[in-house]
Ligand binder design. Structure first.
Ligand code: AMP
Ligand code: MG
Length: 396
């Protein structure tokens, strides 16, 4: 996990708490009213009935944010609003709907109550939500809307969060063209520079640079050296076994030590991983689907771990909706669309699974993981699916 830093609550959405947060005070902070009405003593309403209402003398008003100093004695009431402090002496709140204005007396206004109430009705106890000293959130919690609200309610305006890991992304290839560059024969649009940074951000990272470089060894070495400043570097393309794949060489020259090279996964076979000075370096295949899938399966969990996220997403047990042809040897990550039918998750592959067919990622919300040793899977067979909707879309 990364270092920690205090983060202003208004900027803390999506951040991860570094340690447990304990409430210094009770929430709600005082015993108050849950209704607009009158603070009374339940005992005074003992004989109240529709035909014989009890008349109470009004001795003050307690408004939200403006407590009243009056004490409610026998036969007395204080007008009260929702969220206001319950005045001393009172133990019950009569909602305004259950009262009538009284005749008034020489002492001032009165209110009539025509029903009995159990003591404590419509009173919110101090600490009823959170006790003073109670643990409200544990370290490793990802802060969403509810967590931010709870932090505010316990007065924690500067939660200590893990620092976002810094990520740099380098795409490689002489053929790469920016999305708005004029087309050229043999040119291929650089889509990875737009998919991978967003996957990094939704994994909790801060992307500090996205660059592109051609295949010539000298420029590649310079670009790789620059990209290695980050906590985690992703270099995509050029990690395969082709004659112009110089990334692994450039990484070795830069002093990155190889941890593994090649994995038994389709798509993603050439995936490379190394480290230098505690920093992580991934070499991902350039094919757009392979790059996304290997990022999701290997880089995203590493980033979540660096963010200190406690909970890992559990795979879903699903049923494959169509036959899927496969030979044993490599695990397959099959991009699927998930549907709930008859109390069961069904995973439908999004079409042809070749690793250059990027449009097949659109609408994919799960990766069905067919194990390495498995052969073809038939429609109706069980399959484990990794949900990817949260990673893929900023709107969840
Ligand atoms: P490589 O991994 O460099 O052998 O590239 C494999 C395939 O992916 C080739 O068809 C490349 O043109 C393509 N490719 C590599 N990098 C990118 C990228 N950044 N965006 C889109 N396609 C890419
Ligand atoms: Mg290449």
């Amino acid at each position: 996990p990364s270092a920690t830093e205090p983060v202003e609550l208004a900027q803390a959405f999506g951040r991860v708490l570094a340690s447990e947060v304990v409430s210094p005070a009770p929430v709600p902070p005082f015993t108050g009213s849950a209704m607009d009405g009158y603070a009374v003593r339940a005992e005074d309403l003992r004989v109240a009935a529709p035909r014989s209402p009890v008349s109470l003398q009004l001795v003050g008003e307690s408004r939200a944010g403006h407590p009243c100093s009056a004490v409610v004695g026998g036969g007395e009431a204080v007008a009260i609003s929702t969220g206001a402090v319950l005045p001393r002496g009172a133990d019950t709140v009569v909602p305004v709907e259950s009262t009538r204005a009284g005749q008034g007396t020489a002492m001032g206004e009165t209110v009539e109550v025509a029903e009995r109430l159990v003591r404590g009705t419509f009173v919110r106890a101090a600490g009823g939500d959170i006790d003073a000293g109670a643990s409200v959130l544990s370290g490793g919690t990802k802060l969403g809307a509810a967590e931010l609200g709870v932090l505010a309610s316990v007065g924690c305006g500067l939660p200590v969060c893990t620092r976002r890991p810094r990520v740099r992304i380098l795409t490689t290839g002489d053929e790469l063209l920016a999305a708005d560059e004029p087309a050229r024969v043999g040119g291929v649009r650089d889509s990875n520079r737009h998919t991978l940074p967003h996957l990094a951000r939704s994994s909790g990272a801060q992307v500090t640079g996205v660059d592109s470089v051609g295949d010539d060894p000298a420029s590649l070495k310079a670009a790789v050296a620059g990209a290695l400043q980050a906590d985690l570097t992703v270099i995509c393309g050029g990690v395969s076994v082709g004659e112009h794949d110089h990334v692994k060489d450039a990484l070795r020259t830069a002093g990155v030590s190889e941890r593994f090279s090649g994995i038994a996964l389709k798509p993603g076979k050439p995936t490379w991983f190394g480290t230098r000075d505690g920093k992580l370096v991934f070499g991902l295949p350039g094919n757009p689907v392979s790059a996304m899938v290997t990022f999701i399966l290997l880089v995203a969990p590493a980033l979540r771990n660096m963010c200190g996220v406690a909970a890992e997403e559990e795979p879903l047990s699903a049923v494959l909706a169509e036959d899927y042809e496969k030979r044993p040897g490599r695990a397959h990550a099959v991009r699927c669309r998930m549907q709930r039918r008859n109390g069961q998750w069904w995973a439908t592959p999004t079409g042809a699974q070749d690793s250059h067919l990027l449009s097949s990622m659109i609408g994919a919300d799960g990766l069905a993981m067919v194990p390495r040793s498995s052969g073809s899977v038939r429609a109706g067979d069980p399959v484990e699916v990794l949900p990817i909707r949260d990673l893929m879309s900023s709107l969840g």
